[in-house]
Ligand binder design. Sequence first.
Ligand code: PMP
Length: 437
Amino acid sequence: MSAWDDPATRAAARYSLADFATSFTDDPLEIDPEFTRWRALTAGAAGHYQQAMDGPPEPRGRLIDGAGRRSVINLSAYNYLGLARHPAVVEAAARALERYGVGACGSPMISGRTGLHDALERRLSRLLGRERTMLFNSGYAGVLGLTAGLLRKGDVAVVDARIHLSVIDGVRLAGARLRFFAHNDPDALDRALTETAGARRVVMVEGVYSLDGDMADLPRLAPVCAAHGVGLIVDEAHSVLACGAAGGGVTEHHGMSDEVALYYGTFSKAFGGMGGFVSGPAATIDYLCHYADSYGFSCALPTCMVAAHLAALDVVQADPGLARRLADNAAYFRAGLNRRGIDTGDSNTHVVPIVVGADRSRLYRLADALRARGLFIVPFDYPSVPVDGLRFRACVTAAHTRADLDEALAIIEQAFAAVDSAAASLSPAGPPDGRSG
Ligand code: PMP
């Protein structure tokens, strides 16, 4: 008997976080009691988030599970190249920690920069073929700074419908207008640009879509931007270092560096660290240094982190086989899922969604079954993903062995079989309402 068999929990599972974004209390500090009640009824779902690990974000680890520890295969962490605990990276960070201390204790505009910040900016500019780069203390802060720093009231951000929330937040912060176009669809982009003609505009897409694992179709989207004379910004959070022959992301993969006006990336994924950056023309970066408030009004990236990222670049440049291993592992894992009849959407990268459909209780039953069998893979619920596209996201890394991936595949197969056979015995007439497979 699962908590999801309880009628009150099943009723509560009809709701999502989207339903509580508007509150009906008079005081912002008084939390809507309906929210608190819903959280209690769906505590089984909540238990899958904010999970503490008892160690580094590596393929095999342990979860803190009550008073005990649960050994798991980790498919949740986006440590794509396995650099988060690479000896050379850790050693560089440790040396910088010893020399520079823990924090930068100053905004980059005031006193937070060191020679290592300069060096990392120059390395990234060279890697990406850009004039200048600026570092942010988080990836999210980088997107906020980039969008709110450049856009003004009356401007329009024309964004792919699957764009990351950080972009939407940044555009809102700028007071600019958002205009979505259908995912990766050049005709929809063309219509959006035609309809918004006259306004100052930018187009924003992701290199690798963070919950879908497909790439921006730059060869078909960039010419549309060019035809309208609108600049293209690519968020390469999940693709920098992981894609492209030299690690220049999807922009490099498609050979479209000249067509991309501004390049954004994070250090929290393939670099295995923390922070973000924007690379582009010197004049744009100079302007952003003064108008991206998350840059000027927030403490600089700690120097030990900067040293780690420089070392990560050294490791990747000395071992181009890392990115190949990542792509091979991803293809192997995805083929294994597809052979078992599991829907991985349009993924063709190391981000591999396991699409469940619209049935929220099935999503969380599967989450329970996967975890009980020793797989750490987090469920993604609406509104983070479409209401009919609830899913798990597997982050395959270069550090996973084939044995890790085979064991994960076997667990997924067993979990789906167990959950779906229990559901079939409960409702012999067919799948529950709303289930899309
Ligand atoms: N952009 C995208 C596409 C992301 O997926 C994320 C985070 N997952 C960010 C930006 C923010 O990066 P960070 O987590 O490094 O703050």
